[in-house]
Design a binder for this molecule. Sequence first.
Ligand SMILES: [Zn+2]
Length: 577
Amino acid sequence: MENFIVSARKYRPQTFQSVVGQLSLTTTLKNAIKSNHLAHAYLFCGPRGVGKTTCARIFAKTINCHDLTPEFEACNQCESCVSFNEQRSYNIHELDAASNNGTDDIKYLIEQVRIPPQIGKYSVYIIDEVHMLSNAAFNAFLKTLEEPPAHAIFILATTEKHKIIPTILSRCQIYDFNRITVADTVAHLQYVAQSENVTVDLNGLNVIAQKSDGGMRDALSIFDQLVSFCGNNITYQGVIDNLNVLDYEYYFKLIEGVLVGDVSKSLLILNDVLNKGFDAHHFITGLSSHLRDVLVSKDPQTILLLEVGADIGKRYAQQAQICSVEFIFQALKICNDCDLDYRLSKNKRLLVELALIRICQLTDVKKKELLNDNQAIAIQKIQIEKEIPSSVQQTVQTQTYEPPKPGITQTNTVQSQTESKPKANPQRPVSISINKVHNTSAPTVSYEAKPVTEIIDNQKFDDETFYKAWREFGSNLTDEIKKINFNNANLPKRIAENEFEILVNNVMQENELKRIIGDLTQYLINYLQNSAIVVKIKVIEETDIQKSASPEEKYIKMAHENAYLETLRKNLSMEID
Ligand SMILES: [Zn+2]
């Protein structure tokens, strides 16, 4: 049986020219050889598998070659080159600092360095993973690095440049290796596949390239793995099945559903994905990446950032046409919030489902109008007083998802910690819907907001009225999660004339509130006819809880942090007293 050689070794580049994706760097090295300006120490930095050691070996071979080609490449035929290629050259010494990181190893190396090469001009010492050397070893090495014998050249390679001490850095010529782009990786994989008589699907190769994250060695080992799974015909389906990658198809379908506000479809897709063994977090981060890809496909200038095959690129372009930028921004924000809350959440699946529902709501006109009804009424009130033309009124009603916040910005709200969400710009009507009818019929009259302070002369109000307004806002919310913050158990406290503070138990709750604080404040301002109202959110510190909370509240908080506690309590049938 023929010996199997892994592709990463079999197709290891033998010349600078065949190194993939590091053109500027290899050109510089070749120029150094051409002009005979060789440094005594080089530092090659970059992620794993991008060709650092390979380039170091090619460099060693090239400077020892007896018969350089006109392009200043190694000839690969002279005695020196052949011995290099057969890995029996005495001119190259490799030390893996990961396993030989002590002073003794370095001392041994330093002794070797003194001996000049018997054949060839240079002895090249490659120290891989040089950041693993102990401090003592680094220091022992310094002197030699500073004044090496004329025949010695050091090439240090590392994935973690920041761990190299400055005294070493300053003695080396530093070369930064790039991650290899998806396009370069795909091209090289195609070449390898051709040489191996393997037929491949381009979309499949793209997935491999993305999965390898810029490392050619990883890409080639994934390729080998797939050849052993799929045989000589690698299909897109085979790739995603074997690599545990979520099919693009899910996300394309999901967005199609979301755009028509189809909650059921999106939940079923999530269910399908979870049933296939993917975790919900993976799904939501994947959705973020998908939305990002749709976003970059919208603009011909940024389409370069899309790293997928031509077929899938076309689908992205199509989807980009039907998604508005606002929709993508909002959806990305929801995904991002979900991603941040994920770790803290006790019911992770529900969290992701809620995120999907919220995204569906972005385009669900009916729900949007329901949500806006309150605010619209409040705004109307002001408008009637100030006799704003009715066409503008229409704009406000149909267009604002986040109503404009006239006037608030110049009051105390600025100094409160409440604003987290980019406020809708009153100058520019915000159209979130991608619904065609909605979009095209959207009037473009700009709403010139009059500062509320002019309209409202801050009236005094008592706590009772404030709480009434507060509850009313809560009861109009359609979102159950948000509603929780408006139950009677947790009412804000007045901390100054017009300032209220609401305590929440954790960051998640804080984020939930922050999402609606703008609308809430506006509602209160209108209801109470006082534009100086500020609502602050405060997360209860651990010590606050211990001081003030009831045992039950303490337990809920602890259970929230450690889901196991609740299981334990149930298993032991314990009650909280
Ligand atoms: Zn040669």
